[in-house]
Design a protein around this ligand. Sequence first.
Ligand code: AOF
Ligand code: ZN
Length: 368
Amino acid sequence: MNDKNKLFIKALELAENLSYKVSPRPPVAAIVTYKGEIIGEGVTTIDPLIHAEVNAINAAEEKLKSLKDCVLYTTLEPCFHTGNTGPCVDRIIESGIKKIIIGSVDPNPKVNKKSINKLKNNKTDVELIENHDLKKRSDNLIEPFKMYIKNSLPFVTVKMAISLDGKIATKTGDSKWISSEKSREIVQDMRSKSDAILIGSKTLEIDKPSLNARNRTLQPKIKAVVKTAPNKISEIESLLLDNASKIIVYCHKKPNNFESWKDIDFVEVNKKNEKLDLVAILKDLSERGCINVLMEGGGKLLGSLIDLNLVNKVRLFISPMLIGGESSADSIGGEGIEFISQSKKLTDVEVKIVESDIMVTGKLKDHV
Ligand code: AOF
Ligand code: ZN
């Protein structure tokens, strides 16, 4: 692997391993090199809000007076506009840097290639990373942001633990545990990295989950349940356990005594075809800055989301056990389809063995 790609991987790793959330912004990292050595690193910081390139340039300028012979590597095209900060493109020009290597073009229409063109017009050598795998890693980093900026919707990942015969519980509702301990640890990481966790009312009622990311410092910002008619606080009690997130109940009508349900937000949603409008729910989550939503069941809610093409990524933990029973819950409900030719086909499929489970991950639909 050439030096350029090695240095770009360094930037990718910085952005992939952020230990805090920057949503609804994309996670970005940048490095400045001089004669092949890194002299400045930066990631998007939140408090104070500073973009990655500016952090990297500031660090480099402390080491070297002039950056005119330096190269800037950044996982995302620098911003062109003044948002809460920026424009980074002007800071780069001001620094004197004459070469920049970029991972992904910013899908934000306020930026989208405008900075690349401005840099080129300023006689800066601009290169988009060519290596396919590195480009993919860079694009993956901004996937949720792309969904948000283009469709005002979050990127929805579904996680489910199923038996070989596609069941998510027995006929009595028992589901503890279908997947292995190691698989469940992976789920804790997924929760920790998500902005919001979303479940249906049946899953809440039967599993009584806390939806916390166990033993992780970073918690989801929001834990949300879709429940048409909430009635008693005891119905959502499990979500209150060691809670560090905002709890939202998406319902058709708030319960009469909702003010006494402490620390819980009720959001009334209109019905569409007898069900709560799921697009409205997802839009509400994106307006609250959640661009990464983890949906954890059950089969009914998942089926409706799939029918509406609202799922972007799927991760199934398939456990080598058979549950059976016509009345035991299936993994996916909803309307379904008539012909196999209409089936929703996964792309970018990855299959891994996790303890005794098979973990299948794939993307469902590229809306963006
Ligand atoms: C960059 N570097 O580190 C990030 C960028 O509200 P603001 O000022 O933070 O602007 C957010 C926009 O900037 C966001 O929508 C995206 O287009 C871009 N993100 N750009 O140059 C960064 N996070
Ligand atoms: Zn910027």
